[in-house]
Design a protein around this ligand. Structure first.
Ligand code: IPE
Ligand code: IPE
Ligand code: MG
Length: 248
């Protein structure tokens, strides 16, 4: 059992019950290279994993799942890889929308939109509208996402002085097109062996439990997610309190 979820700190603010799991889906390229494939083939394999993990998350009772698909710094990659990724995102959204609807999954895209191809932007709007009634799990896919840029844009949108953490969370969500307040991450998983955040959810991960996995993203399975959640439930979260205060 998860030992404590103290609400005195920034508590998770979400209408979806269940933990917020965020995943840095890293390792597609290295996995592909190791198998003699192109990096784009690695991203295709990564999409298959994402599909499996979304379904497993619904079964496991995850409330919100945020997947890091493309960082703002990823624009600096070679143009053919970026173009292939943008095409893949559009195809994935078109393919997944119906499945999300059937599974009660609300799908939204987090991040800047003004630099995305207009066809992708249009598809995002369609898919968000189609799945807006999903109440079982909120799936957020971060595309052209930079936590530092989001914090800067939210700060710039502040009017007057004095703002609560909750109000700032709302602003932070709004600047990245999320109508729900940015909810605190409970568990952050990064595959691919690196142990860094790479500009992902810096505000929302203030008290996140961190789990770094050696496997490359295309190798990550539903069983691995189950193990990660079991590990998370066994952790003792204190949110700044003394252990005795959270023991009961
Ligand atoms: C993560 O995999 C997916 C994206 C960043 C789009 P990478 O493409 O970063 O894979 P590695 O880290 O090079 O193996
Ligand atoms: C972070 O991975 C972004 C995504 C997984 C989408 P990167 O592969 O871009 O991160 P760095 O460059 O290793 O920090
Ligand atoms: Mg990487």
């Amino acid at each position: 059992m998860q030992k404590s979820r103290h609400s005195g700190a920034q508590s998770a603010i979400s209408s979806f019950s269940g933990p917020h799991v965020a995943v840095i889906m890293d390792g597609n390229g290295r996995w592909a290279t190791a198998h003699g494939l192109t990096r784009s083939a690695g991203h295709e394999a990564g999409l298959r994993t994402a599909r499996e993990i979304v379904e497993a998350s619904v079964r496991e009772g995850v409330g919100t799942l945020t997947l890091y698909a493309f960082s703002s710094d990823n624009w600096k990659r070679p143009t053919p890889e970026v173009t292939a990724l943008m095409r893949l995102f559009r195809r994935a959204l078109l393919g997944e929308a119906k499945r999300c609807l059937e599974n009660g999954v609300r799908l939204t895209i987090l991040g800047r939109r003004d630099r995305l191809p207009s066809s992708l932007r249009h598809t995002i709007e369609q898919v968000e509208a189609l799945t807006a009634s999903g109440a079982r799990m909120h799936l957020r896919v971060a595309v052209d996402y930079s936590a530092r840029d989001a914090v800067l844009r939210a700060a710039a949108a502040l009017r007057g002085d004095g703002v609560t953490r909750e109000q700032f969370s709302e602003l932070l969500a709004r600047v990245d097109h999320d109508r729900l307040p940015a909810c605190e991450v409970d568990l952050l998983i990064r595959t691919g062996g690196e142990q860094r955040l790479s500009d992902f959810l810096l505000w929302e991960c203030a008290y996140a439990e961190l789990l770094f996995v050696e496997k490359m993203w295309p190798e990550f399975t539903a069983d691995d997610l189950g193990e990660a959640l079991a590990d998370f439930r066994g952790r003792n979260r204190r949110f700044g309190l003394a252990p005795e205060q959270v023991a009961s």
